[in-house]
Design a binder for this molecule. Structure first.
Ligand SMILES: C[S@@+](CC[C@H](N)C(=O)[O-])C[C@H]1O[C@@H](n2cnc3c(N)ncnc32)[C@H](O)[C@@H]1O
Length: 489
C-alpha cells in the first residue's frame, strides 16, 4: 500500500505506518498514553520523543559541533557570539549604560554562544562586560554541566533549568537571545482534506503506529484563526503554539531592551508538501521517512519557524520589529566586519606569526555564518525592540550584500601579506612537513593562508600560495616572516 507520505496517503483519514511499536522506553511511554487516550496529538508524541524521561534531549548523548549530531552557527564560528555581543553592547549604550544588563539565553546547547559573547565583550568592551549578568535557561538537564564546563568558572553566568515557553525570569533590562530553539518546540501538523482542516494524531493498531487525521483541537483551531493561517490541501503546516507562548513570555518579562531569535524559518507560513517536520541526529542521517516511529526518542524532530507568528505576538505586546530577514544581513548590520577589523587591529604592529595564523582562521570562519559556506542563508533572524531606537543598534549602510560580495570581503580580510626580498629565482619555495609556499614573488608580496582556511576563501589563481607554515625551513622562513613584520620566536 502506498502510504509513506505520498499525496494519496495524505488524503486518507487513517494511515498505517507499517512500523511496529518497539520496546524502547520512549515507545512504551507513548503506547501507554495512547492506551489511555485512544490517540494523542502529534505535539504530544514529539514532546515525549524529545523531552520524555528517555527522550532525545534527556539521554545525555546529544553532541553539537562538527562531526557530531549537528553543527550550529555558534559551533561554526566564534564571530557569531562576538557579533551578537557587539549588538548588545550597542543596546547597552543606547539605554544609558545601566549598571546591570541581563542577557537571557534560552537553549544554550554546548554553551559556545555564551562563551564567545562573554570573551569578546571582555576583550573589546570591558565596561560593558562588567555590567553583564548572563542567565541561561536550559531544558535539557544533561546539557547544563557541559555548558558549565565550556564556559568555565565565571561568576557572571547562572543557570535555570526550565522551559523557554514557561519563562522563569521577569523584569529583564537587557536581552533575550536564542539560536535554533523554537524549531524544536513540539508542533501539531494540519492539512486540508475534502475542504476541512484536519490535524494529525497518533494511534496504535495491531502494535503498529498509525496516523489519524481528525478534527483540530480547540487550541489548534484558535491558533489558526488568530494568526489567519491559510491551511491548504496536500501541504502539512506545522502549528507551533509554544512559539507564540515563548514570544509572549519574553515580551512580558522584558522591561527594556531587545529580543533576538535566530532559527530555521521564514517570515510567513512554512508548510511543505511531503512533510511538516524534519529529523536530525545520527539515526536520522539514514534519511528515512517516519524516523520518529522507527527510532522513538533517538532522533531530533524539528520544524521551520513561522516568524510572522512571533512578530504578530510581539507587535500586540508593543514591541517594534527592527529586522526580520536572513542571518547574514543581521550579523552584518550588527557589526561583524567591525569585529574583524578589531581583530586585525589588535594584532598590533609586530605580531607573533602564530597570532596572525589564529586571526586568519577566525576571520575566515565568518564565511560559514555570513558567506557561502554552511547554512547561513537558511537561517532567519528576528530582532525586536522595546524602548530602544533601531538606528542605535543596526548599521543600515551595511544592507543588502550578495553572498559573493560577503565572500569577497571576508577573503580580503583573512589574508596577511608576506614580503620577500633578495630572491635569486623568481620562485620561493618554503617546504615543511605539512605544506609549502610556492609563489612568484615578482611583486615582492606573497599571501599567507592560515591552516584550515576553507578553500573557498582562496582565490583560484592563488592556490599555490597555500601553506601551513610549519617553520621547518627556519632560515628562509625567518627572513620572510621578519621582513614582513611578524615574530616567530
Ligand atoms: C538545537 S539546540 C541549539 C543549541 C545552541 N543554541 C546552538 O545554537 O548551538 C536546542 C537547545 O535548546 C534546548 N531546549 C529545547 N527545548 C527547550 C525549552 N523549551 N526551553 C529551553 N531550552 C530548550 C536544548 O536542550 C538545546 O540546548
Amino acid at each position: 500500500m502506498e502510504n509513506r507520505r505520498g499525496h494519496t496517503a495524505v488524503l486518507e483519514r487513517r494511515i498505517p505506518t507499517n512500523i511496529r511499536v518497539n520496546d524502547s522506553v520512549t515507545a512504551q511511554i507513548l503506547a501507554e498514553s495512547i492506551r489511555e487516550a485512544g490517540q494523542i496529538p502529534y505535539s504530544r508524541f514529539m514532546e515525549t520523543s524529545l523531552y520524555g524521561p528517555d527522550g532525545y534531549y534527556n539521554k545525555g548523548k546529544v553532541e553539537f559541533g562538527a562531526n557530531n549530531d549537528f553543527t550550529t552557527s555558534p559551533t561554526e564560528s566564534e564571530l557569531f557570539g562576538a557579533s551578537i555581543g557587539q549588538g548588545l553592547w550597542k543596546t547597552w549604550n543606547a539605554i544609558g549604560k545601566p549598571e546591570t544588563f541581563d542577557i537571557v539565553e534560552m537553549g544554550a546547547g554546548e554553551g559556545e554562544l555564551a562563551a564567545d559573547l562573554l570573551r569578546y565583550a571582555k576583550d573589546l568592551h570591558p565596561d560593558f562586560h562588567e555590567a553583564i549578568r548572563y542567565i541561561i535557561v536550559e531544558y535539557g538537564r544533561d546539557l547544563i554541566p557541559r555548558q558549565r564546563k565550556r564556559i568555565g568558572n565565571n561568576p557572571k553566568v547562572s543557570w535555570i533549568q526550565g522551559s523557554a515557553f514557561e519563562l522563569p525570569v521577569r523584569n529583564i533590562t537587557g536581552a533575550f537571545i536564542s539560536n535554533e530553539l523554537p524549531d524544536i518546540f513540539p508542533v501539531d501538523l494540519v492539512t486540508r482534506m475534502n475542504g476541512e482542516v484536519r490535524q494529525k494524531y497518533i494511534g496504535i493498531e495491531n502494535n503498529e503506529w498509525v496516523e489519524i487525521w481528525d478534527k483540530p483541537s480547540p487550541e489548534v483551531a484558535q491558533h489558526i484563526e488568530s494568526f489567519e493561517l491559510n491551511i491548504k490541501d496536500v501541504v502539512l503546516e506545522p502549528i507551533n503554539i509554544s512559539s507564540a507562548r515563548f514570544q509572549k513570555e519574553m515580551d512580558q518579562a522584558l522591561e527594556r531592551g531587545v529580543i533576538l531569535t535566530i532559527d530555521y524559518g521564514k517570515n510567513h507560513q512554512v508548510g511543505r508538501t511531503t512533510q511538516g517536520v524534519r529529523y536530525f541526529g545520527p539515526k536520522a542521517h539514514r534519511g528515512e521517512r517516519y524516523a520518529e516511529f522507527l527510532y522513538p526518542g533517538e532522533v531530533d524532530i524539528t520544524s521551520d519557524v513561522n516568524f510572522k507568528v512571533l512578530e504578530d505576538v510581539a507587535r500586540q505586546d508593543g514591541l517594534v520589529t527592527a529586522y526580520s530577514d536572513t542571518q547574514p544581513g543581521l550579523l552584518d548590520q550588527l557589526g561583524i566586519f567591525d569585529i574583524i577589523d578589531d581583530i586585525r587591529k589588535n594584532l598590533g604592529p609586530n605580531p607573533h606569526l602564530s597570532d596572525v595564523i589564529d586571526a586568519g582562521k577566525v576571520i575566515a570562519s565568518a564565511i560559514k555564518i555570513v558567506g557561502s559556506k554552511g547554512f547561513s542563508h537558511n537561517y532567519h533572524a528576528q530582532l525586536l525592540l522595546k524602548g530602544v531606537a533601531r538606528e542605535a543598534i543596526l548599521d543600515s549602510n551595511a544592507k543588502n550584500k550578495t553572498t559573493d560580495e560577503m565572500d569577497e570581503r571576508i577573503k580580503k580580510k583573512a589574508l596577511f601579506p608576506f614580503r620577500v626580498r633578495d630572491c635569486t629565482s623568481n620562485t620561493v619555495i618554503i617546504t615543511s612537513n605539512r605544506g609549502r609556499v610556492n609563489t612568484n614573488p615578482k611583486d615582492g608580496v606573497i599571501m599567507m593562508y592560515p591552516e584550515n582556511v576553507p578553500s573557498s576563501v582562496i582565490r583560484s589563481a592563488d592556490r599555490n600560495d597555500w601553506s601551513s607554515w610549519d617553520l621547518t625551513n627556519k632560515n628562509v622562513l625567518k627572513m620572510v616572516v621578519e621582513d614582513s613584520g611578524y615574530r616567530i620566536d
